[in-house]
Design a protein around this ligand. Structure first.
Ligand SMILES: C[S@@+](CC[C@H](N)C(=O)[O-])C[C@H]1O[C@@H](n2cnc3c(N)ncnc32)[C@H](O)[C@@H]1O
Length: 226
């Protein structure tokens, strides 16, 4: 679990290079992962969607593309990141802490978080806030990195520890922010542990889909309709 002041200042420092660094480090795969998320969410046909920890707005913009009639809101506690989301065209943005969302109960058809939950100080609290603002029957979706459980695990851990911080540090001039990325990925619950965490916050039908041989994962769950 993470120190919020450190996280906020780390993202403020890399905000201007965040989008390009993402695409370089993932060799563009993050674009495909967001498209997969958008296609799942499109199937739920939401009218009102909240993307928390929206950052520079990549996922919110993808939703606006595939769901032109859906009202999309992006929130984040780092104003420097959110300023990019606004200038890149996210319809509605709001500075807000995901651990204390300024939205009414039962407000959204879908609530999403991409590469954000892992950075939060309290995972159960963040999930319970997402659950609270979802309408009954609404859907929650989490996209984040995970550690592969297959043969890729060892080379990927080497990449996280030894290559990524130097490469990202060179691009952003902020190597410590990317040492932090490696540590946070290794500490983040994945697979069945994440499904249990979702259930512990009252969500039902948790599901896990691996992306790119387990380097990233999509988790979905629903708020009970009753
Ligand atoms: C890795 S970025 C992800 C941005 C975007 N969702 C994406 O997919 O590119 C993580 C974001 O989470 C935000 N964040 C971390 N903790 C937060 C919290 N408690 N409340 C709101 N935003 C938070 C950071 O400010 C940052 O913009």
């Amino acid at each position: 679990m993470q120190d919020p002041e450190y996280v906020k200042s780390a993202f403020a420092r890399i905000a201007d290079r965040y989008v390009v660094t993402n695409h370089v480090l993932s060799l563009g795969t993050d674009i495909l992962w967001r498209k997969r998320v958008a296609s799942i969410v499109k199937g739920w046909n939401p009218e009102k969607l909240l993307d928390i920890a929206t950052g520079t707005g990549d996922l919110a913009l993808e939703f606006q593309k595939v769901l032109p009639d859906c009202a999309v809101t992006g929130s984040d506690f780092c104003p420097e990141m959110l300023a990019y989301a606004t200038s890149r065209g996210v319809q509605e943005t709001l500075v807000a802490d995901a651990l204390n969302l300024p939205f009414e109960d039962n407000s959204y058809d879908v609530v999403t978080v991409a590469f954000g939950l892992r950075n939060m100080a309290d995972y159960p609290k963040a999930i319970s806030e997402m659950q609270r603002v979802l309408k009954p029957g609404g859907h929650l979706l989490i996209l984040d990195f995970s550690l592969p459980t297959n043969l890729l695990r060892e080379p990927y851990t080497f990449y996280l520890d030894k290559v990524l911080p130097h490469l990202a540090g060179f691009i952003t001039q902020q190597p410590d922010a990317y040492h932090y990325l490696s540590d946070s990925i290794k500490a983040f619950p994945s697979g069945d542990n994440m499904k249990k965490l979702l259930e512990s916050q009252g969500l039902i039908q948790p599901n896990h889909e691996e992306l790119s041989f387990g380097v990233a994962s999509i988790y979905t769950a629903q708020k009970s309709a009753g």
